[in-house]
Ligand binder design. Sequence first.
Ligand code: IVH
Length: 673
Amino acid sequence: MAKTKATTGTAALAARIQRLREAIRHHDHRYYVLNQPEIADAEYDRLLRELGALEAKAPHLITPDSPTQRVGGVSDEAFKPVRHAVPMLSLENAFNEEEFAAWHERVRKGLGGREPTYTVEPKIDGVSLALAYERGVLVRAATRGDGTTGEDVTGNAKTIRAIPLRLRGEAPRRLEVRGEVFMALAAFRRYNERAAREGGETFANPRNAASGSLRQKDPAVTAARPLRFWTHSVGVIEGKTPGTQWEFFTACRAWGLPVQADSVQCGTFDELRRQYRRIEGLRDRLDYEVDGVVVKVNELPLRARLGMTHRSPRWAIAYKFAAHQATTRVVGVDHSVGRTGVITPVAKLEPVACAGVTISSATLHNYDEVKRLGIKIGDRVLIQRAGDVIPQVVKVIESSRTGAERGIRPPTTCPDCGGRVVREKEADVAYRCISPSCPTQAVRSVLHFVSRGAMDIEGLGDVLVEQLVAKRLVRDVADIFRLAERDLLQLDLVAEKKAHKLLTAISASRNRGLARVLFGLGIRHVGEKAAQVLAEHFGSMAALAKAGPAALEEVPDVGPVMAESLAAYFKQPATREVLRRLEAAGVRMTERIAQGPKPLAGQRFVFTGGLSAMARDEAEHLVRQLGGNTSSSVSKETTYVVAGEAPGSKIEKAKQLGVRILDESAFKKLIGQ
Ligand code: IVH
């Protein structure tokens, strides 16, 4: 009887898991393939969480194609060479109608007068990716590489929600499709803004963002990047083969592979031209970068007759849009200080009309780009606008030089505050003002300092901080603690009641402790967790400020990049001044260092799921106090995975790698509770 009941329970659990997976796949499909979401993100997350919880109860039911398995750990397979079963070719380009007409004519001739039909597809400026499915399950994703051999990026590709882990309907035995991974323009801008705010890596354009994101070692990093995918061609297909590109697209839709909705099939040359113009007309309205159209012969048997040249097929061509370009003269250079102190050279131009707007400046991105372009003040240059991205300098017209041009050098002091400018490491192309009292950076750094994860001063939002900085009441974070009621009453929208509230909040924040102050200072590469680890290790700001790079690198989780960033920060006289004033204002900059034995020294813990007796960060704190280390992803270096209530996919990863799994009570025993 009991056995029957247990069996029924298991069967019910399996059925529920199955239903949840189907529901999640259905919503992924609505969102990414049909572009018609049916539910809100929160509701989707709830389904995913429920599935995670149930799979944790029955780990033997976890399958690699489950939606919970998108973000795995760092894998040994990552970036291993993958030989493509069929080479990934590149395309011949046509830059004008004449070249396109010549291609069209060659195709007709090649087919001996048989009129093919064509597809016209937007050419997305991203990174090409090959996806291999076996019996409908995604088994490998590889980059193009040199066309013959690419790199295995399966772990990263699986995090892209537009890529189905399992195909819908009747899938071929073996299928390899190719497509483009890209970042939409709005997502790209949001990503860059956030990265700039948090001192992370920013990208020059969406293409670099997509390729950089796909080449991350840790899939969790890729998962946090808003990447998308569109299928554009077939590599290998075993089973029922489509007769045309259009049938292939129809099949892709049925398999749940996303296909671009702006693609069309058409016949005559005139129609091809019309479609080219139609898509060109969409260009500035699309939320992704399109640099032309790809025109392909639709019928696959006719493609076979046309064959290929040494590197590209004769049956397809990339018909590029005219770049929005113009020539003008560089009249000067601004060195513009961003909110994180990064200094960007901006070319001041003689105003010139380009694609319907007047352009008078163009970003030079960074000083390496200045060197690469060899650009000088006084030069005649070719500029271009791509999509609605900021104008760029394409090249210098060297034949127009007179000899009176002047070179462009990175500034050695900050143009806004006179502070020291550093280039933090060789590989980093950014020059940065690291003075904590630079006014341009003040608003940004104060907002970070008062934010929730740092000093958590409620009520001090951007409107007030901007006014405080503009009125010179606050120049750096230490000034916050000198604010008096009369200062606050000078601000718009602040009356007595609000002023009192703010002063109380400021006062209360004095006691947040070293970790929060340290994070709040916004030191490059020092995030919330690193701040905590450093605070617990050194115990006081004074001790930390004195530590050299070698002592810093002894701290678990502190690598050379962070150590160097900390050392450079504390070397600044302005830093010492701010710290002195924070201390004088009564801001606590100490943390209790755990004394006593370190029984967990050398051991690395990963937590998954919720613990009942304590919060996750408390548990992590305890581990560190006992000399252990914590990390967010499972690898071969992990000693234990602690599984609480409703653990995630880390369990499966731990099993794969043979890492020991502890439940909460075993964990408590281990830490002596
Ligand atoms: S078909 C042999 N279709 O452009 C044909 N490619 O310059 C293979 N691309 O490597 C490609 N949009 O990464 C095709 N609709 C589209 C495309 C497209 C973008 C990329 C692709 C390819 C590159 C060729």
